[in-house]
Design a protein around this ligand. Structure first.
Ligand SMILES: [Zn+2]
Length: 77
């Protein structure tokens, strides 16, 4: 099990202190996407925009590669 804060998932570009816990990077992504899509504030806008702007496969892959790198660096909680 690993823990990520909303802020970490957003790479420090906004977000909040909400914590997500999951066994896989994919599960964190699923949990956090619900959180981002239900947000309405400026702090979450960059992520919300990214998710609603139908990013290209290349953009999605770039984010996913970045997040997987963060995931593997993270200690098990
Ligand atoms: Zn948040």
């Amino acid at each position: 099990m690993k823990k990520f804060t909303c802020r970490e998932i957003m790479n420090g570009e906004g977000g909040c202190d909400e914590v997500f816990e999951a066994e896989t990077a994919m599960d964190i992504t699923k949990q956090s996407s619900g959180h981002f899509m239900s947000s309405t504030d400026e702090a979450h806008k960059p992520m919300r925009d990214m998710m609603t702007s139908r990013p290209s496969q290349e953009e999605q892959k770039k984010w996913w590669d970045w997040f997987n790198g963060e995931w593997s660096k993270k200690e098990d909680a």
